[in-house]
Structure formats: C-alpha cells, structure tokens
Design a binder for this molecule. Structure first.
Ligand SMILES: [Zn+2]
Length: 267
C-alpha cells in the first residue's frame, strides 16, 4: 500500500473548531465575535491511497477557485468561518500532475463528508472513475442547511455508497468498496449526519482515513468534542471508535484531515 498525503494549504479557523471546550459559546467554531488574529491555522489534507490495484483519493481539499475568487466560490458565510489559505500548486490536480497523474487516473474519490474544506475541490477531480459519499450525507446536503454549498457538486456525478450491515462497525454499517476487502468505508456520523471513515489495507494491517471524525491525537485520546457537531452522542461513539483504532496493533496509521502531526500508532 502506498499513501501520499496531499496537503491543499490550510484553513484559518477558531480554536473552537478542533476543541469546543476552548470557548464557552456553542457556536464559537463559526469565528463570530472573535478576533481574526486569534484564529489558528490547521492543514487541509486529502489522501491518495494505492492498494490492491486500486487508486483512490480521500477528500478533495481546496479548489483552485479558492486561490482566485474564494468568497464567490464558497459564499461569504463559509469563507468567513473557514478561510482558505492555498496556492495554485497546492490543489489536488496540481499535486497529482506533479506525480504524473490525471484526475481520470483515480478509480474513485471518497468524500468523508461534504463540508467545504473536503468538497470544494470536486471541480478539479470530476473526471475520476467514481465519486462517492454516504447516502446519509447526500440526503442531508439536499436540505437547505447553510453548512453545505451545492454549487461545489453542480455538474459532478456523485454516487451514494451502498452500506451493508457490519456488526464490527461503530454504527453497524460499512461498505466493501471493491468487494475485495482493500477499501472499507465505515459509517461514522457525529461531525456531520453522514460522515464516513475509510480503512485501507490488507491482512497485514490497515490505515484509517478519518476525515473530521477526530482532529488530532488529543481529540481521540482525551475524547475532546470538536466545535462543529451534528449529533453529540454519535460524535462521542465515533471518538471512542477512533481511540479503539489507535490501540489496534493492525492499525498502521490514523490520517485525520486536519492533523498537523501524522500519527502512526502501529509503528
Ligand atoms: Zn474539515
């Protein structure tokens, strides 16, 4: 298995985004009524995973539109809460090209969820073989929840994942993407209604790509709730599951979308 971290710049956010206990107000993660100079910078990562003859991308990071016209691309509210900092060389298509790859060389793109820092870059990878997100996430994105920006996926063919019953999954649902066990997509709601994690590997070990199921080692070890949470109880269950993964000797790495460190618990 080969894993390439594709960091598409960063996002300037309130300190309450990774840790809601850092601020009193429930909506502090929006950055409202806080000094912008107090924001923290966290990386925005996508992951290229090559395993079992498949090449997949987990999340899409920031679009090139965030370089040229971020406010128009994201809308003011999302731009305000999650200010992107990215250069043209840092987008997924640019970094793929530097590796000699084109978006159509991707067998699949899996979106852990549809927040702006994960789905903004869809316009650059629309030619991938398949683009997947969970049914639950897709259904919620069809509501008028201001959290989502439908223009990101306008004209992009998104397929919803067919989850099966899985007694080992934290919410009883997972999807064996290529029916060979190499890529398991696990339903992990909490941060959003239909968030998923991706487990990639073989019998010898697997890497976990957890999106925003947890922001960093502190959040899973200390079970810290992030700021943006759709369902607190589900978030706690998901955080406990991530902590279990971190103690599993077969887990060779936990890759969170915004973790400044790279944690390799199995090494
Ligand atoms: Zn995120």
């Amino acid at each position: 298995m080969k894993i390439t971290v594709i960091q598409t710049g960063s996002t300037l956010v309130s300190g309450a985004v990774p840790d809601r206990s850092s601020h009193k107000w429930k909506y502090a993660y929006t950055g409202l009524f806080q000094k912008r100079k107090n924001r923290i910078s966290v990386p925005v990562k996508a992951f290229l995973v090559e395993v079992g003859g498949h090449r997949i991308l987990v999340d899409t990071g920031w679009s090139a539109a965030c370089v040229t016209h971020p406010v128009r691309h994201m809308g003011f509210n999302l731009w305000f809460a999650s200010e992107p900092v990215v250069t043209g060389d840092e987008t997924v298509p640019s970094q793929l090209a530097a590796m000699g790859l084109k978006p159509e060389d991707l067998d699949a793109v899996i979106l852990t969820h549809l927040d702006c820092d994960h789905a903004s870059g869809l316009d650059g990878v629309a030619e991938a073989g398949h683009i997947f997100c969970s049914k639950e996430e897709w259904a919620h994105a069809q509501t008028r929840d201001v959290r989502y920006r439908p223009s990101f996926w306008k004209g992009v063919s998104i397929e919803t994942l067919n989850m099966s019953d899985d007694p080992e999954a934290p919410f009883g649902k997972s999807c064996d993407l290529f029916s060979d066990g190499s890529i398991m997509v696990v339903l992990t709601p909490g941060h959003s209604e239909g968030s998923v994690a991706v487990l990639a590997g073989d019998e010898s070990g697997y890497a976990a790509f957890i999106g925003d199921d947890s922001y960093n080692r502190h959040s899973w070890e200390e079970q810290k709730l992030p700021g943006p949470v759709f369902d607190v109880d589900a978030m706690r269950t998901t955080l406990r599951w991530v902590r279990e993964l971190s103690h599993d000797p077969r887990c060779i790495g936990i890759y969170a979308a915004h973790d400044p460190e790279q944690i390799m618990p199995g090494r």
